[in-house]
Design a protein around this ligand. Structure first.
Ligand code: HEC
Ligand code: HEC
Ligand code: HEC
Ligand code: HEC
Length: 156
């Protein structure tokens, strides 16, 4: 099987499972620090993004007053305990997939809650109103200031 066909297959599987994941919502969040030890490249570059600092930005806001309601887009799982748009806001709650034995098997990771982000992932927060403008995932895939650096860049 060619790499490209394999990729399309994976993406389709991820999409189906991601939509189940949203409904099931039975995986717990681990927090970005738990991803750091195995994904240093992504963690270090993510830390520099505005996503990582989104809770502080909302709290410091002067034009609209901060309320806990801001956290549904300016934090992870709408929780002040998970500040910033962390790994799991885009990749799904990781408590059940973060184990090495599961992580190294992509299908098992996805079955345990890993999400390969799609445009719909971004649309969950970038809803397209005056405040939260729409963003294109395709246009931002190479934008490490918006996402993070990749170790194994996604196939095009
Ligand atoms: C014990 C080590 C370990 C931990 C902890 C870990 N991962 Fe992974 N992860 C891996 C390995 C190994 C792979 C597969 C090879 C690779 O991409 O480096 C992987 C792959 C991935 C992928 C790529 C999936 C794909 O095929 O496109 C994502 C996304 C990911 N991990 C996210 C996370 C997130 C988010 C966390 C924290 C909740 C996390 N990982 C925690 C080891 C780990
Ligand atoms: C529906 C999701 C959503 C909600 C709810 C939300 N925001 Fe945002 N916010 C975003 C997005 C997405 C961006 C960045 C993209 C953009 O500028 O369009 C953003 C950007 C910001 C910025 C940075 C603007 C800049 O110039 O860098 C501030 C400050 C902010 N929001 C404050 C707040 C406050 C305060 C609240 C609660 C009253 C709030 N937001 C609620 C999604 C949201
Ligand atoms: C949990 C909500 C959430 C998700 C999911 C999310 N974002 Fe964001 N995004 C934000 C918020 C909030 C900001 C504003 C951060 C700030 O300025 O403090 C932002 C900022 C951005 C910015 C910078 C905008 C600017 O002008 O500074 C880009 C680009 C962006 N996001 C792209 C994406 C992409 C692409 C995806 C999907 C892979 C995505 N985002 C997923 C909430 C989210
Ligand atoms: C704003 C959304 C967003 C956030 C936040 C985010 N990622 Fe990603 N990540 C992506 C996207 C988009 C891809 C590419 C997906 C694909 O394969 O098409 C990706 C790919 C990856 C990959 C596989 C490619 C590679 O680099 O090997 C890993 C591993 C990963 N992310 C880990 C993390 C970790 C760890 C964090 C937190 C430190 C994190 N991500 C935070 C959106 C995000």
């Amino acid at each position: 099987m060619s790499k490209k066909i394999l990729w399309v297959g994976f993406a389709a599987a991820a999409l189906v499972l991601a939509s189940f994941g949203v409904q099931a919502a039975d995986h717990a969040y681990a927090g970005a620090d738990k991803c750091k030890m195995c994904h240093k490249v992504q963690f270090t570059s993510w830390e520099a993004t505005t996503h990582a600092k989104a809770t502080d930005a909302a709290k410091a806001s002067t034009d609209r007053a901060y309320t806990p309601d801001c956290l549904k887009c300016h934090a992870t799982n709408a929780s002040a305990d998970l500040p910033g748009v962390q790994c799991e806001a885009c990749h799904g709650p990781g408590e059940d997939y973060k184990k090495m034995s599961i992580m190294k098997d992509r299908d098992a990771a996805i079955a345990n809650g890993l999400v390969i982000p799609t445009q719909a992932t971004c649309d969950g927060c970038h809803v397209g109103d005056d405040h939260a403008k729409k963003v294109s995932l395709a246009d931002n895939l190479g934008n490490k200031a918006a996402i993070h650096e990749f170790k194994n860049p996604p196939a095009k």
